[in-house]
Design a protein around this ligand. Structure first.
Ligand SMILES: NC(=O)c1ccc[n+]([C@@H]2O[C@H](COP(=O)([O-])OP(=O)(O)OC[C@H]3O[C@@H](n4cnc5c(N)ncnc54)[C@H](O)[C@@H]3O)[C@@H](O)[C@H]2O)c1
Length: 336
């Protein structure tokens, strides 16, 4: 199939392009490089030895998006493009609502106009709010603590209504847990600007000497070692989950968790990193971060049952690959 991947130069999008191309699909990338580099697309061509048409466009621009649909016979859309920083969404909520919701509406309208009937959307476990764990797709979404989470819940509702009005349409709403790690080549991975919001790039930057110590937010949670528990998933497993979704989705709109089903505490991840790479991670405890919940992990059985997809890589793989990427990324200078 020809798949339009919005945000295909970003962290999850780039790995998904590799997995799609590996499975024989063709990809067309649309990205405005707001949070990524054009050089990543060059690296994707290097990793896969495949042609990848690239459109440097803002996907909130309807005519620019329509142009892509008119120039390619597109069979499906995977919509990653969006803003994702929870804290920033509290500071500039309108920017978040605009980008995340308008882009979804624009792509849905183009899909309708050009009769494209497969649509995969990047949602998030954040829509579960503080439901009981494990989070199951049948649970009602709860209000989240931030505009970012609300944009995900709203886009899910928009796409649900879109599918109800269009019986030919197949929509997968994929709720991601905590993607970490990088492609085994070490060429693509997560490269945030400034101090990372996420744990793994924080760890790798501390070990690299770019930051002094890992700040662990909260050691008074009601968990096994008093630090927060998350369902970390290797980004390549997550990417493969998208290929399964695009291949297998049925008519209608369907929600799937993409997680491992296992909870790992912050301290356990730090210990796994030390074990995988033979390096100490200096850390200190600081107070909880507002809005963080104690425990979050998936019931991952639905995607296994319906797509035959399951995460294969463990935390040691995640830590090894994240560190490998952090070490190799220096060599990316030549691509900038
Ligand atoms: N990384 C996570 O922990 C996580 C968890 C749950 C859900 N998600 C969702 O998954 C998606 C991808 O996340 P990611 O971690 O790869 O983020 P990312 O920032 O690395 O990738 C997003 C890409 O979209 C592009 N983009 C943003 N707005 C755009 C626009 N209007 N037009 C064109 N391109 C635009 C950015 O330049 C970037 O390349 C996002 O929608 C995010 O909300 C991410």
């Amino acid at each position: 199939m020809n798949i339009l991947v919005t945000g295909g130069a970003g962290y999850i999008g780039s790995h998904t392009c590799v997995s799609l191309l590996d499975k024989g699909h063709k990809v067309i990338i649309a990205d405005n490089f707001y949070n990524s580099r054009k050089s990543t697309v060059k690296l994707l061509r290097q990793i896969t030895s495949k042609e990848i048409p690239l459109y440097q466009v803002d996907v909130t621009n309807q005519s620019a998006v329509n142009k892509i649909f008119s120039e390619h016979q597109i069979d499906g859309v995977i919509h990653f493009a969006g803003y994702k920083a929870v804290g920033e969404s509290l500071e500039v909520p309108l920017t978040y609502y605009w980008n995340n919701i308008i882009s979804t509406l624009v792509l849905a309208k183009a899909s309708r106009k050009y009769d494209v009937n497969r649509f995969v959307f990047s949602s998030s476990a954040t829509v579960y709010g503080d439901n009981e764990v494990p989070f199951v797709e049948t649970m009602n979404p709860l209000p989240t603590t931030n505009p970012y989470g609300e944009t995900k819940a709203m886009c899910e509702r928009i796409l649900l209504d879109f599918s109800r009005a269009n019986p030919k349409l197949s929509v997968a709403l994929l709720r991601y847990f905590n993607p970490v790690g990088a492609h085994e080549s070490g060429l693509i991975g997560e490269k945030p600007d400034g101090v990372p919001n996420n744990l793994m790039p924080y760890i790798t930057q501390v070990v690299k000497g770019k930051l002094e110590k890992l700040k662990i937010f909260g050691n008074d949670y009601p968990t096994k070692d008093a630090t927060g528990v998350r369902d970390y998933i290797h980004v390549v497993d997550l990417a493969e989950g998208h290929v399964s979704a695009i291949d297998h989705i049925q008519k209608g709109a369907h929600v799937y968790n993409l997680g491992t089903g296992r909870g790992t505490s912050v301290l356990e991840l730090v210990k796994a990193f030390e074990k995988a790479n033979g390096i100490k991670v200096p850390y200190e405890f600081v107070s909880r971060r507002p809005g963080d919940i104690a425990i979050c992990y998936a019931d991952a059985s639905k995607a296994k049952r319906e797509f035959g997809w399951t995460a294969k890589r463990d935390v040691i793989d995640m830590c090894r690959d994240a560190w490998n990427f952090e070490n190799q990324s220096k060599s990316l200078v030549e691509y900038k």
